[in-house]
Design a protein around this ligand. Structure first.
Ligand code: CAA
Length: 261
């Protein structure tokens, strides 16, 4: 698959790395990049069904993603802003609800839409130079790709209000303290950590992993009862071949060989 602003690489362990590749603009999410992310997470991923998980990162040493592309904002008029936000939110929902684990490897600035992209992933690994923030108020804007909603989920309302209103950036260590990132690594070691997590997950039942994503997300979906969804999906997993294999392997004291059905 060839994209202009996304690089795709699949390694020998079947882990796919998606690199946002606009280092000259600190990987800012312009319309084309959002379009390409949408294409990947709604269509093109089907060409990579063998992969066990995805890592999203930014090209270069300075930024994960420094936000939506501010230069394109100057062209917005009429309802263009609301349409842009709706489109970005839809793309980030497709990442949040993706059926395989998605880890953000935050290797520098994750600001505005970049912080929002990282928050839409299932986990975040940050290198020590990472910086997180929602600086939209500096531009007289509010976040549009889910920042006001997801930041609260990770760091709580009080701290989220502070970061959203002051536009302050926080470093990797503070982001870790507040629960925004799962792990902090020295520069150059983030990819190894993200892959280590995905490799461990790849040994588990794939259907169960997809149901974990659905049921955890159900908690945050006002249209769903998460506990009721858990009952339904637990029932679903008990009817899978993966469960038969997992339980049999336990009894036979061997490693399960899951097929994902
Ligand atoms: N959009 C477009 N271009 C951007 C950009 C962005 N979000 N962030 C950086 N760039 C560009 C710069 O314009 C510059 O390009 P030129 O060389 O052509 O001038 C290049 O990337 C390098 O950036 P700087 O020279 O500014 O680098 P720096 O080290 O001095 O500063 C920075 C780094 C603090 C991250 C600074 O670039 C910055 O503040 N960027 C904007 C961050 C921001 O406000 N993000 C939120 C955007 S709004 C949003 O995301 C809304 C939403 O929720 C959807």
């Amino acid at each position: 698959m060839n994209y202009t602003n996304l690089l795709i690489e699949v390694d020998a362990d079947n882990i796919l790395t998606l690199t946002i590749n606009r280092p000259q603009a600190l990987n800012a999410l312009n319309r084309l990049t959002i379009q390409e992310l949408e294409d990947f997470f709604t269509k093109a991923y089907k060409n990579y069904e063998q992969v066990s998980g995805i890592i999203i990162t930014g090209a270069g040493e300075k930024a994960f993603v420094a936000g939506a592309d501010i230069k394109e904002f100057l062209e917005l008029d009429g309802d263009g802003g609301a349409q842009l936000a709706q489109k970005g939110q839809n793309v980030f929902f497709s990442i949040e609800n993706f059926h395989k684990p998605v880890i953000a490897l935050v290797n520098g600035f994750a600001l505005g839409g970049g912080c929002e992209l990282a928050m839409s992933c299932h986990m975040r690994v940050a290198t020590e130079n990472a910086k997180f923030g929602q600086p939209e108020v500096n531009l007289g804007l509010i976040p549009g790709y889910g920042g006001t909603q997801r930041l609260i989920q990770y760091i709580g309302k009080g701290k989220a209000m502070e970061l959203l209103m002051t536009a302050d950036m926080i470093g990797a260590a503070e982001a870790h303290t507040h629960g925004l990132v799962n792990h902090v690594t020295p520069a150059g070691e983030g990819m190894g950590k993200a892959k280590e997590i995905l490799k461990k997950i790849s040994t588990k039942g794939p259907v169960a992993i997809s149901k974990i994503i659905e049921t955890v997300n159900a908690y945050f979906d006002k249209n769903q009862d998460g506990f009721a969804r858990e009952v339904v999906e637990f029932g679903h997993t008990t009817r899978t071949q993966d469960f038969v294999e997992g339980a049999t392997a336990f009894v036979e004291k061997r490693r399960a060989d899951f097929k994902g059905n």
